[in-house]
Design a protein around this ligand. Sequence first.
Ligand code: ADP
Length: 334
Amino acid sequence: MEKGKKQIVMSGIRPTGFLHLGNYFGALRNYVRMQDEYECYFMVADLHSLTTHPDTKELKGHVHRVLAENIASGLDPDKAALFCQSHVRETSELYLYLNMLAYKGELEKTPTFKDKVRLQPDNVNAGLLTYPVLMAADILLHRAALVPVGKDQEQHLEIARTYANRFNHRYGDVFPEPQAFNFGQALVKVPSLDGAGKMSKSENQNATLYLADSDDLIRKKVMKAKTDSGPTEPNSVKPDYIENIFLLMNLVSEKDVIEKFESDFNNCVIRYGDMKKQLAEDMVKFIAPIREKAESIRTDEKYLKEVMEKGAEKARKSANATMEKVREHMGLVY
Ligand code: ADP
């Protein structure tokens, strides 16, 4: 890396619904922490959403929501480039070139592709198959070194590294190897409240806490989380669904509160009803200010348009510089 030059960071969130705690702790929290020290590109991944959500009636509203929830979570559009994927047309050009380096067999083996085929057997489109190629294009377009994502994206990052290396090997060094990033720890997976999978925009909605949920809905969802009658042996191993409640508490509660419940569990005196009440109140305290702030930003279309325009301008500048190098290295300059 050149001395004094900031490392480049890139990531994105699909506008397919309401943002949730998984998006917050897997992605947004890192975005906010990184914006001061790194050159950041964060996008609303509208093109990716077309692979699973071809109906675009609600797309505009969702794009606005994702932007507003990013900003309400602390992202500053004057520091990071916050933009919409489809506003940077160079993405499509790099996606095309990378498709020539991507093999059908390896794409078919991607676990996320197999999952999606199961979920939408009537719409197994080529975009779904080449989703990791588009994701690699998003990242490599800015020659990003770090990609803040949740654990579910680890394999896609591995694929992006493969394409970067394949390109460099064939045409000469243009791309750094992008790494998945989380501040100082392993990548995060926020579990759903029913313990059956992860929090998600479109699945598991009753067991997912959204940044737009009302105080009462948050309380209701948390109180419904699965528990049991408590451990009978001191210092027992926690069942998965109890481990998940502790994990959620670790995200939003004070240290001494967590320690109290840990100790109650280890001494077999834990009252899960009290624990969930505490967790619900701490969740409300955490989510309510973000929800309220996002609501006022979301309805200010003029401001959001300005944010997107400014972000796209920065992103296009970085994309153009990369694409000049790409075309030159590929021998496409005549
Ligand atoms: P979703 O799966 O909710 O549709 P996206 O695919 O748009 O979310 O992912 C946006 C970001 O949020 C990615 O970095 C992804 O890794 C992260 N993310 C999504 N769900 C979770 C979760 N339950 N725990 C941790 N990170 C998550």
